[in-house]
Design a protein around this ligand. Structure first.
Ligand SMILES: C[S@@+](CC[C@H](N)C(=O)[O-])C[C@H]1O[C@@H](n2cnc3c(N)ncnc32)[C@H](O)[C@@H]1O
Length: 319
C-alpha cells in the first residue's frame, strides 16, 4: 500500500470513529444493513424534505457505524456523515417513510387544499383541538366530541366515518404523503368540514402536542405489525403510547384498536389490560370486542382478509 492510500484510510477511519463516538451510545445497535456513503448522500436530500415537514429521517436508512466505505467515497460523503450521526441518535420510529410519487391530483391537493384542511404542527407546540374546527375562539359552552385517528393510510375509512357522523369532529394523523394527499381529495369531493389533517408522527403529537383530556376517542386501525421479534420495539403500541393516549382522552373516552395480525392483537390486549388503572376493557379482561358496525372496512383490513387473517377489535374506556 502506498503512503497516499494509507493516509486516506487513516483519515477515513478517524472520521468514522468520530462519527460513531459522537453518535453517543445510540439506544440500539445499528440495523443490520451496511449503508454505502452514496446512500447517505441520497438520504440527505430526501431527509431535508422530511425534516421540513417535522418528520424524522428513515431510521432504517442505516448506520455509519461499520460502514464498509472506500476511503475516497467516505470522504466525499463528509456532510452526510453529520446527518447520519443525527439519525442514529433519533428515537425508534413506528414507520419507515418510503414516499412514492404523488399523483397530479395529490400534488394539487397539497397546493390548494392544505390551507383548508391541513394543520401545521411542530414538536414543542401544543394544539387546541377545538379551535381547529371553529375557525375562531373555541366555544367552550358547546364543545363537540373529537376523534383522533392515528395512521389513517389512504383516509378512505376516516372520510366514511366523518361523513356518517357530522355531529363529531375528526383529526387524522398520517406520515405518508400520498395518503395525506388522497384524504385531502376525499374531503374536497365529499364536501366534509369536520376533518382536519396532520402530517406528523403520532407518538410525538400524543406525548406533548395535545392538552390533557381534550379528545373523546382515539382510533388506531391496522397499525404496522412489525412481525419480527427484533422489530417489536417499533410497534406503536407500547406502554408509553398507552399512557399518552390515556392522558389526552377525557374520562369515559374510548381507545379503539384493530389489527389483522393475531400476535399483535395479543400484544395489544396484554398491554392495554395491564394498564387497567387507566383503561377498562369494554369486553371484559382478556377479551376482544365484537367489530362495531360503525367501523368501515379499511384498505389494510381488506388486504388482511384476502390473506385469510382474522381481525381483532379492542375497545377500552378511559377510567
Ligand atoms: C398498515 S397501515 C394502515 C393504514 C390504515 N389504518 C388502514 O387500515 O388501511 C399503517 C399506517 O400507519 C402510519 N403510521 C405508522 N406509524 C405512524 C406514526 N407514528 N404516526 C403517524 N402515522 C403512522 C403508516 O404511515 C401507515 O400508513
Amino acid at each position: 500500500m502506498d503512503k497516499t492510500n494509507r493516509n486516506a484510510i487513516q483519515s477515513t477511519t478517524k472520521v468514522l470513529k468520530l462519527s460513531n463516538r459522537d453518535a453517543g451510545n445510540a439506544a440500539e445497535p445499528a440495523p443490520d444493513s451496511t449503508v454505502k456513503p452514496t446512500d447517505l448522500a441520497a438520504g440527505s436530500a430526501r431527509d431535508t424534505a422530511k425534516t421540513a415537514a417535522g418528520l424524522g429521517a428513515d431510521r432504517d436508512a442505516g448506520p455509519v457505524a461499520g460502514a464498509s466505505a472506500s476511503p475516497g467515497a467516505a470522504i466525499a460523503a463528509g456532510p452526510a456523515i453529520a446527518e447520519a450521526r443525527e439519525r442514529i441518535a433519533r428515537p425508534i420510529r413506528s414507520f419507515v417513510l418510503r414516499e412514492g410519487r404523488l399523483t397530479a391530483g395529490q400534488e394539487r391537493a397539497f397546493r390548494e387544499l392544505w390551507t383548508r384542511f391541513g394543520v401545521n404542527w411542530q414538536p414543542g407546540e401544543t394544539l387546541d383541538p377545538q379551535a381547529l374546527f371553529s375557525g375562531g375562539p373555541p366555544d367552550l359552552s358547546q364543545p363537540r366530541p373529537i376523534t383522533l385517528e392515528i395512521g389513517f393510510g389512504n383516509g378512505e375509512s376516516l372520510a366514511t366515518m366523518a361523513a356518517a357522523a357530522p355531529e363529531r369532529d375528526f383529526i387524522g394523523l398520517e406520515v405518508h404523503r400520498p395518503g395525506v394527499g388522497h384524504l385531502l381529495l376525499l374531503l374536497e369531493q365529499q364536501g366534509l368540514t369536520n376533518v382536519r389533517v396532520l402530517r406528523a408522527d403520532a407518538t410525538a403529537l400524543l406525548e406533548t402536542g395535545l392538552p390533557a383530556a381534550s379528545l373523546d376517542r382515539v382510533q388506531l386501525f391496522f397499525p404496522d405489525p412489525w412481525p419480527k421479534k427484533r422489530h417489536h420495539k417499533r410497534r406503536i403500541v407500547q406502554p408509553s403510547v398507552v399512557a399518552a393516549v390515556a392522558q389526552v382522552l377525557q374520562t369515559g373516552g374510548i381507545f379503539h384498536l384493530a389489527t389483522d395480525w393475531t400476535p399483535y392483537a395479543d400484544w395489544m390486549l396484554t398491554m392495554l389490560d395491564n394498564a387497567n388503572a387507566l383503561f377498562e376493557n369494554c369486553a371484559g379482561p382478556g377479551q376482544f370486542s365484537p367489530r362495531p358496525a360503525q367501523r368501515p372496512l379499511t384498505k389494510f383490513e381488506r388486504r388482511g382478509q384476502r390473506l385469510g387473517h382474522q381481525v381483532h377489535d379492542l375497545i377500552y374506556r378511559r377510567r
